[in-house]
Design a protein around this ligand. Structure first.
Ligand code: RRO
Length: 298
């Protein structure tokens, strides 16, 4: 299948930040390359400068998912290019690099640098970040998102995928602004803001970052509704994700309007979940006579 100009062997891809392909390569060796669980690999968010991330604790388990408050720890653009890119380029699938900046100028530099690397198939713009000048969450505001795309679009010919946040009044309005200003695709949903109280200390919050992002099964119904709403507003392809744990969940997101499906939190339980879900989806499609369905072994 083709997604925004990228040729892919399947429809199941990892959600950014939920699968560390370099650590997995160390743990599983050649077996990972021979049976990579996703049809493309999306990196964790990369920023211009290195970042430490949030103080611990960074995770809280919910009955129906997880809250993370990781806070974007990463080695920064230069170290990513010199240390991580050569390893990620060895993966047997196209590479999508997720980037974030707190000004349009920062994102421009990231897009320009990554945009000229042949190892990278596409860029995902993580817009879940406040604009340091206006204080507005870029991805929560159609005008901010449009201005960001105006600044970066001409910096690369590679596909630009805008990762939408569910923490706003209308993800569909942001998607429409992204499309009108040159996005080749949109991805959704990122995590939904949440919080956990400390189990022992009254009135204290558990997470070092105060609040975090809710992922996992708790998000699935929200993802379905938002993907459907975005599908009704834009023509660009949609990379849908949120709480997918099975081929049935993936089929539901595709039926709601997604073209590609992300697996996130489920990979923490089982790193090969992507392969299982792809096989389940192929079986569901073969049994229901969906055109082009082929059953692959897991
Ligand atoms: O690093 C994080 O805490 C984080 C990011 Br950048 C994101 O986009 N979504 C999320 O749930 N966590």
């Amino acid at each position: 299948m083709n997604f925004a100009g990228i040729e892919l062997a399947g429809r199941i891809v990892n959600a950014s930040g939920t699968f560390d392909a370099i650590a997995a390569q160390k743990a599983f060796g050649d077996a990972l390359r021979e049976r990579f669980p996703f049809a493309a690999f999306v990196s964790k968010t990369v920023t211009l400068a290195p970042r430490e991330g949030n103080p611990p604790p960074r995770l809280w388990e919910l009955g129906a998912g997880l809250i993370n408050s990781i806070g974007l720890p990463n080695k920064g653009m230069e170290a990513f290019l010199s240390e991580d890119l050569p390893r990620l380029a060895e993966l047997p699938v196209p590479l999508i690099v997720n980037v974030m900046g707190s000004t349009a100028g920062e994102v421009e530099r990231l897009v320009a640098a990554f945009g000229e690397r042949d190892e990278i198939a596409a860029l995902e713009l993580n817009v879940s970040c406040p604009n340091v000048r206006t204080g507005l969450l870029i991805g929560a505001d159609p005008g901010e998102t449009a201005a960001l795309l105006d600044a970066v679009r001409s910096r690369t010919a590679k596909p630009l995928i805008v990762k939408l946040t569910p923490n706003c009044a209308s993800p569909a309005a942001v998607a429409a602004a992204a499309e009108q200003h040159g996005a080749d695709a949109v991805s959704l949903v990122n995590t939904l803001r949440g919080m956990a109280m400390h189990p022992q200390r009254p009135r204290e919050r558990w997470l070092g970052g105060g609040t975090g992002g809710v992922s996992g099964p708790a998000l699935r119904a929200i993802a379905l509704a938002q993907v459907r709403e975005v599908r009704e507003r834009v023509r660009v392809p949609i990379f849908g994700m949120g709480g997918v744990q099975s081929g049935r969940h993936a089929r539901d997101l595709l039926d709601a309007g997604a073209d590609l499906v992300g697996v996130g939190t489920e990979s923490f339980r089982d790193p090969m979940a992507g392969a299982r879900i792809a096989a389940e989806l192929a079986r569901i499609d073969a049994n229901s006579g969906v055109a082009g369905a082929t059953v692959q072994s897991a």
